[in-house]
Design a protein around this ligand. Structure first.
Ligand code: ADP
Ligand code: MG
Length: 383
């Protein structure tokens, strides 16, 4: 590709491709179509959220060569999940513009390479050790206890990780995780969990959304509160860290960076990253001047990042399948009757415990008020 082509912006009504048709694919599709682009979605599940809104649905496996051929005809291609085959993305990059790159996606797929890159950017992580085999569990492991053993790949929403207090528990946990390559992390004294969503363009221009303060329940994000109730200096530092990370990776697209605020001294360490918009960035749909999905569209189209300014404090609450009664749907009136609430349902056909079915965002004068109201409404949705 010549430099001139490489710098050419992609304008509507170009066809944009996305691998994956879950809720992140759905919200991407809405953003892209609203801006006048057309969208081609590669998704094997005909009932997946993004499918009914796509201009073209390729109903095939994520690595299906015929489907990838068709995606290669799009003006640009992106992904909505990190466990897409990085090789598919590298292959696509030979034919069309791909953002983020297959290399960046591959790095975030693996906690070991991810941590290597975080450290290469000069940023701190929790102390850790890679465990490739039983014999790697040694004296060094002892210094990381109590700790968390995490599979190097394919973990999400707290799955694929076990808390361990002793060497015996560590051996047991390693066996439970089927002795796949793991990372043992020292348990950190978490004062808060936060995330930064950054959009970075090919020319290096970038913009961070405001920090979200994240509360989890059973390993799954429950609430994101914005602005985070932390000193401004710490929030700026977190944005600087995300920017450094994106720069080091030469990242193009939307990157989500999860950080921990640790100890009395409120030190920031990087936990993990995702090469895409993130659940903790859903608040941007209603509370910011642009949202993370518009940024995803803009970054893949070689447009500059849009303004990330926060318009109002807010709280986003996830709606999990746990709220579904045995028959029918939850009664949505508690959310819909609230003038400051915005409801999103992803249209998933079956509800399961822990499955993300939708979310709602409350806008308020203060983040505490938004959190309080979100919790109250959430309780009312319980069957
Ligand atoms: P996932 O890919 O499932 O999101 P994470 O690495 O983010 O995996 O871990 C899930 C949650 O477990 C985190 O949000 C945090 O609450 C907790 N956690 C993870 N690592 C540590 C750690 N080193 N110390 C303390 N808590 C941790
Ligand atoms: Mg996480």
């Amino acid at each position: 590709m010549t430099d001139l082509q490489a710098s050419k912006v992609i304008l509507p009504p170009a066809m944009l491709g996305i691998i994956g048709g879950g809720q992140l694919g759905l919200l991407f599709t809405i953003a892209a179509r609203q801006m006048g682009y057309r969208v081609m979605v590669l998704e094997p599940d005909a009932q997946a959220p993004a499918v009914s809104l796509a201009d073209v649905h390729l109903c095939a496996a994520y690595d299906d060569q015929n489907a990838l051929q068709q995606l290669a005809g799009c003006a640009a291609v992106t992904t909505e999940f990190e466990n897409v085959s990085a090789d598919s993305m590298r292959w696509l990059a030979q034919h069309t513009h791909v953002a983020p790159s297959g290399d960046c996606v591959a790095i975030t797929q693996d906690r070991e390479t991810e941590k290597t890159w975080i450290q290469a950017a000069g940023l701190p992580t929790a102390p850790y050790q890679v465990i490739r085999q039983e014999a790697d569990i040694n004296q060094h492991s002892l210094t990381l206890l109590p700790g968390i053993l995490k599979t190097a790949t394919l973990g999400y929403d707290g799955k694929g990780q076990i808390r361990v207090n002793t060497l015996a528990e560590l051996h047991q946990a390693y066996a439970t995780l089927k002795q796949t390559r793991c990372v043992l992390e020292k348990m950190q004294d978490l004062k808060a969990e936060i995330s930064v969503i950054i959009a970075r363009a090919q020319n290096g221009a970038s913009a961070c959304f405001p920090i979200a303060e994240n509360q989890h329940q059973q390993g799954i994000l429950a609430y994101s509160i914005v602005p985070a109730r932390l000193p401004a200096s710490l929030q700026i530092q977190a944005q600087q860290m995300a920017t450094k990370l994106a720069q080091t990776l030469n990242y193009v697209g939307v990157l989500a960076v999860e950080l921990f605020v640790v100890g009395q001294e409120h030190r920031l360490i990087v936990n993990e990253m995702a090469p895409r918009p993130h659940n903790s960035g859903h608040y941007t749909l209603d509370a910011c001047q642009s949202d993370q999905f518009q940024q995803q569209v803009r970054m893949m189209c070689r447009l500059p990042p849009a303004s990330t300014q926060l318009l109002r404090p807010c709280c986003m609450a996830n709606i999990l399948g746990d709220l579904w009664p045995a028959e029918g749907q939850p009664d949505w009136r508690p959310v819909l009757q609230q003038p400051d609430a915005h409801l999103y349902l992803y249209g998933k056909k079956t509800a399961r415990t822990g499955r993300k079915m939708g979310h709602f965002t409350i806008l308020a004068e203060e983040p505490e008020i938004a959190l309080h109201l979100a919790r109250h409404i959430h309780t009312q949705l319980n069957p």
